[in-house]
Design a protein around this ligand. Structure first.
Ligand code: GP9
Ligand code: MN
Length: 650
């Protein structure tokens, strides 16, 4: 033992004295690895620190295999460039997606670039550049230590043994289960928090090659697992009060961009933010505990999860990376039922690869930007009001010329982040008036805030939808038509915005703190729960509203609506919530987190947050986690190996 300690000491002293550049290189990149996790997720993980250090030591020791000094310096710069880029890019990405980058998403990032405005507006913070200090440091240290002789002891062996030792200690620190996560990579943040950012990124790279390898090797196992799953869980259609109530009716589904649920309960100066959507919710079937289940494919994932009742892809985005796969969708079932199935959207057709994917999904026709007169543009394309104005005569035409019922998806656009022109298209007043000493004071506290712009934009979308419903009615098109609305995902506003809105006190013109009476806590789990979006099924002849508060996700939408329309997808992983007790509802997110009526379980932190005060059974979490993992895994297999194609051919 003594001997080992002496070798460690001697090595350290020697490196410190003779290899200052190497020492700086290791320490600096190690610090960056720790910093990125602290700054983004706020976690300080000893385990990850060992992995960060071990990783940098391995890279550092390899430099000693390079004989020429200049080449060695080049090596330090290049490998630091890799590590610094890893930190900077992940830091920026995290601001927007609260997750870390995946190389397999490079194809997807083409679309992220298209919404680049949004990313730039929200994402880049001054702290994202902090990691660049390594280069300045390296430059100075290299300059200062120009003349180190060449007869240095090569410490490669010691250093690499040291690195292995450090990594070994990392492995010995619990939780051990995380090795499983390293392979599955469902939850990127937790992998980085367990293994450090550098190993995460390397792992991600290796995993991104996996689908191609899996295609070669893992297919049979996956097919067996999926087949068995369906044998055990064959969810035969159940008859309930809603079965077939809309059979044969036309259907219009409004895919409402970034429409988050909390808007439905908000008013400013006595005026609701979403009066038209509220009316549909209160007179139709309103699913008030509904969540989108998207990955990085956001809008397109929402379309995919709705259509197939499967969870989104974990490596890449289905619309982009698996667009040639076969899926069973609401659209192709409606088509087979004799409907004309179409989609309409005011953005270019190749965005999210919709041109290709919509046809694959079973739409007879996709009317994209080129089908519309672009007479008014906001954000990514045609304004919602102009879009809906033009849609009505198009639907009228479909209704009169084709002798069949229709099923159409209308994808809205204006409410897309960052709502830059909100003041132009919306005069909705988000200020608050208070009486102070007998005087009325107007507090424009949301002015200039992203949340303020968002609420204005939501109001605009609501007006556009209200106008659409009215125009449809005037044309007589509502008499035989069901209207469905879902919010496609949350608005990706950061938590601070809500803290501010919920705790701003107009009387004192300041934000309440936890010491103040009336302070409303909005913790990270409240934030997650607040990401819910509305799901509404409405038809004109319904005479009373129904609220369903069973927890449900986008994958439950089609089984629930499908039962009303008379279609059934035997591959659906979601369920008809009209058949469920509230306590049986569950929303599974693709990272393994989930929501039930009792808890929000975070896979990232392996932590449950109680929604209700009731006691939960001992095996509650393990049971639900197992269920979540199962449907994530089945979805993954189906998408990766194109298994619906095979199952259909059997
Ligand atoms: C673009 C729109 C936005 O056409 O659907 O996509 P998103 O950025 O929300 O995924
Ligand atoms: Mn979207």
């Amino acid at each position: 033992m003594k001997k080992i300690l002496k070798i460690v000491k001697d090595t350290f002293i020697d490196i410190k004295k003779n290899r200052p550049v190497l020492l700086f290189y290791v320490i600096a990149n190690f610090i960056n690895g720790v910093m990125i996790r602290l700054i983004t997720t706020g976690t300080f993980s000893i385990r990850a620190m060992f992995f960060d250090l071990g990783f940098v030591m391995v890279l550092g020791s390899l430099s000693l295999l390079i004989k020429k000094k200049n080449n060695r310096i080049l090596y330090y710069y290049l490998t630091s460039l890799y590590m610094v880029a890893c930190c900077v890019i992940n830091a920026i990405y995290y601001n927007y997606y609260t997750s870390y980058v995946s190389v397999s998403l490079l194809a997807t990032s083409v679309f992220v670039k298209d919404v680049g405005d949004a990313v730039l507006d929200f994402a880049i913070k001054p702290t994202d550049w902090i990691y660049l200090w390594v280069f300045i440091g390296l430059y100075i240290v290299i300059k200062k230590n120009k003349d180190k002789g060449n007869n240095l002891k090569n410490r490669f062996k010691e250093l690499i043994i040291g690195a292995v030792l450090v990594l070994g200690i990392g492995c010995a620190i619990p939780p051990y289960y995380s090795f499983n996560r390293l392979v599955k990579l469902w939850n990127r943040v937790s992998v980085a928090n367990d293994f450090g950012i550098y190993i995460y990124q390397l792992d991600d790279f290796v995993q991104s090659l996996k689908p191609s390898f899996d295609n070669l090797f893992g297919h049979d196992k996956a097919l067996k697992e999926v087949r068995e799953y369906y044998e055990e869980n064959r969810n035969t259609p159940l008859v309930n009060d809603y079965t077939g109530i809309f059979n044969g009716k036309n259907v219009i589904v409004i895919h409402a961009e970034s429409l988050q649920g909390f808007n439905l309960g908000l008013s400013f100066n006595g005026e609701e933010v979403t009066p038209n959507i509220n009316k549909l919710a209160s007179t139709g079937i309103y699913f008030s505990n509904f969540y989108a289940q998207v990955g990085v494919g956001t809008s397109s994932d929402s379309e995919f999860t709705y259509a197939t009742s499967l969870l989104p892809a974990n490596n890449g985005t289905v619309f982009v990376n698996y667009a040639n796969n076969k899926f069973k969708t609401v659209q192709n079932m409606m088509h087979d039922k004799g409907y004309y199935v179409f989609s309409m959207h005011g953005n270019v057709g190749d965005f999210w690869n919709r041109d290709i994917m919509h046809l694959n999904m079973g739409y007879d026709k996709f009317y994209s930007r080129s089908s519309f007169v672009i007479d008014e543009e906001y954000g990514l394309g045609l304004s919602d009001k102009s879009f809906f104005r033009q849609v009505v005569p198009m639907i009228k035409d479909i209704n009169t010329t084709l002798n069949k019922p229709y099923y159409g998806t209308l994808i809205t656009l204006t409410n897309h982040t960052p709502w830059k022109e909100a003041d132009e298209y919306s005069d909705y007043d988000v200020s608050s008036s208070v009486e102070v000493d007998g005087e009325t004071i107007v507090r424009d506290y949301l002015e200039g805030k992203a949340l303020g712009r968002y609420i204005k934009a939501v109001h605009y979308m609501d007006e556009a939808i209200g106008q659409f419903i009215q125009d449809m009615d005037e044309e007589g098109l509502l008499d035989n038509t069901v209207i469905v609305i879902y919010g496609d995902h949350d608005a990706r506003l950061d938590k601070k915005q809500y803290d501010y809105m919920y705790n701003y006190d107009p009387v004192s013109d300041r934000v309440l703190t936890s010491d103040d009476p009336g302070y409303k806590e909005f913790n990270k789990y409240d934030y997650e729960l607040n990401r819910k979006v509305p799901f509404i099924i409405w038809s004109k002849d319904m005479n009373k509203g129904i609220e369903v508060d069973t927890p449900m996700g986008m994958i439950d939408a089609a089984p629930t609506l499908g039962n009303m329309l008379g279609i059934y997808n035997k591959y659906a992983l979601g369920r008809d919530v009209m058949n469920l007790k509230k306590s049986d509802g569950i929303v599974v997110f693709k990272d393994g987190s989930y929501i039930t009526d009792k808890i929000y379980y975070s896979a990232k932190n392996n932590e449950a947050y109680a929604i209700t005060s009731g006691v939960i059974e001992d095996d509650y979490i393990s049971r639900h986690s197992e269920y979540a993992d199962k449907i994530i895994s089945v979805s993954y297999d189906i998408i990766t190996y194109d298994l619906i194609r095979e199952l259909e051919e059997e």
